[in-house]
Design a protein around this ligand. Structure first.
Ligand code: TXA
Ligand code: MG
Length: 312
């Protein structure tokens, strides 16, 4: 515990100096900087090799902090009460008086905001005088990081500090919902769309490939382990890794599974680690068995589909 506090203070010092630190969240690790600082935010884009026009999510400790920057509405309050802190990101209208850096929003008048659940990061956010802009802590287009080692593997010593909070419990990014006009889902994620629909008591439209606003769907390749991926494969080719949801009866050294018993939440948690492992084990391609398309299975399939756009 004492160790945690000194690590949180170390992270705070670096952030106060307009530099970046990696932070643990329950979804995936984030690469964070002061969202009010152009200098800090620019570093994030540089480190991640992220296109400038792809806006960042801003992380807050409380609604009080958020209302300095964004307009809130009744749908937001309903969802916030039920799901935050947790794996959901809200897109809201930005207030004219907000101090959020233009580099965060790409000069748009909306902002994606989130309240992460991880205790260390909540403690850190509470100590800070500003919210944290943080995309996932991985090189752009690659697999997200779900532990200290993943971040280290991607960035080496280029990041001054990684706040180690163990393995991310959800393991896939937050679900993004736009509440600017009629609510719509912009990205599938760690919170099931059905749970959000039940809370708002309405069916939601999915806008995963919006052309109008820069949404995650516009990125052609994403979440890629860096090898070709084929989906819905019944029988893998020779020398391919084969990934299934559930453990197979007779293990083979090219078989990988996401959850021993086929539990979709556990599978989401293990997805990125397994993709990284397959690459590390030196397989040159991956075949994936059909994965159930409900609950978090939809998020897993979304990530695998985007990762399968790899062409070299
Ligand atoms: O779980 C998560 O959401 C993680 C953790 C670290 O919080 N963060 C994360 O950030 O996944 P990132 O940058 O990898 O993905 C955020 C996505 C981007 O693809 C971006 O296009 C979209 O959110 N986004 C950001 N601001 C937006 C806005 N104002 N309108 C629509 N989409 C937005
Ligand atoms: Mg990302």
């Amino acid at each position: 515990m004492k160790n945690n506090l000194s690590n949180i203070k170390k992270a705070k010092n670096i952030l106060d100096n307009q530099d970046c630190v990696a932070i643990p969240t329950e979804t995936v690790y984030g690469l964070a900087a002061n969202a009010y600082s152009n200098k800090g935010v620019k570093k994030i884009f540089k480190l991640k090799k992220r296109p400038q026009n792809n806006p960042l999510i801003v992380h807050y400790h409380s609604i009080n902090d958020l209302t300095k920057d964004c307009e809130i509405n009744s749908d937001f309050l309903k969802l916030f009460k039920k799901f935050s802190p947790g794996p959901i990101t809200y897109v809201l209208n930005l207030k004219k008086t907000s101090k959020i850096s233009n580099n965060v929003t790409n000069k748009k008048n909306t902002l994606a905001v989130r309240f992460p659940k991880h205790t260390l990061t909540r403690k850190l956010l509470k100590l800070l005088k500003y919210p944290l802009a943080a995309p996932s802590a991985n090189i752009s287009t690659k697999v997200s990081s779900v532990c200290y080692q993943d971040v280290k593997e991607d960035f080496g010593n280029k990041i001054k500090f990684i706040l180690d909070g163990g393995r991310s419990k959800v393991g896939v990014e937050s679900t993004i919902i736009s509440l600017v006009n009629k609510p719509k889902i912009l990205r599938l994620g760690g919170l099931k769309v059905l749970d959000i629909e039940n809370c708002l008591n309405k069916k939601l439209s999915l806008k995963l490939n919006s052309k109008k606003i820069f949404s995650p769907g516009q990125m052609k390749l994403h979440y890629s382990p860096g090898i070709p991926i084929k989906l819905n494969v019944k029988k893998p080719n020779k020398n391919e890794a084969y990934l299934s949801l559930k453990k197979k009866k007779e293990p083979k050294d090219f078989y990988y599974y996401l959850s021993k018993k086929g539990d979709l939440n556990e599978a989401a948690k293990n997805l990125y680690t397994t993709l990284r492992k397959i690459k590390k084990d030196n397989f040159k391609s991956l075949a994936v068995e059909k994965i159930k398309n409900h609950g978090l299975g939809k998020t897993i399939n979304d990530r695998l589909l985007r990762a399968s756009k790899f062409d070299g």
